[in-house]
Design a protein around this ligand. Sequence first.
Ligand SMILES: [Zn+2]
Length: 217
Amino acid sequence: MKNIMFIAPPAAGKGTQAELVVQKYNIPHISTGDILREISKEDNEIGNYVAETLASGRLVKDEITYQLIEERLKKEDCQNGFIIDGFPRNLDQAIKYDEILNNLHLDIGNVILIDIDEKTLEKRIVGRRICENCGSIYNINDEKSAPQIESVCDNCGGALYQRTDDNLESFQTRYQMYKEKTEPIINYYKEKNVLQTVDGNDTVENVFKKVDEIISK
Ligand SMILES: [Zn+2]
């Protein structure tokens, strides 16, 4: 099993695809967010630093992130493949990630870009509704994932709400940021010949089929 990295704009379904890969192949899902939250519970120098930094909303220093990722990837469960998530976020980090992989004699593996139209993403974001009771996610702009009764959860009858940052303006800001930071990473992996592109303008199942074709090769 090759290692896997997904690159995708906000709301492209990256988390869902990663989850499906984890279920099918039983490999660890290495999320930098999770690593940082875990370490912040430890009562030592790094733990305290990360806890304070996260609480203040600032970004954790790159050196600390690099160190934590390297330690995590060293573990036994990563030796037969893993999904890296939330990292690298910019070109500097992508270059450093290569160094970390080199140190550990690991391969970059499959870098999978979920390519999706900006308009499709807008519709998804603006139409997203979440059950306040059980967390089920719906989309009123998509027949297949719209609730049967407006504003009511199919699963538990709870009320549906819209996240405050699920609006057009907030999406456009996030999308612009993604493009600025991520385009150089995409080009970097293209030049290294490790980038594979999957059309994300499709159902979760169909996107996963294409992802699975790539990773099962
Ligand atoms: Zn519900």
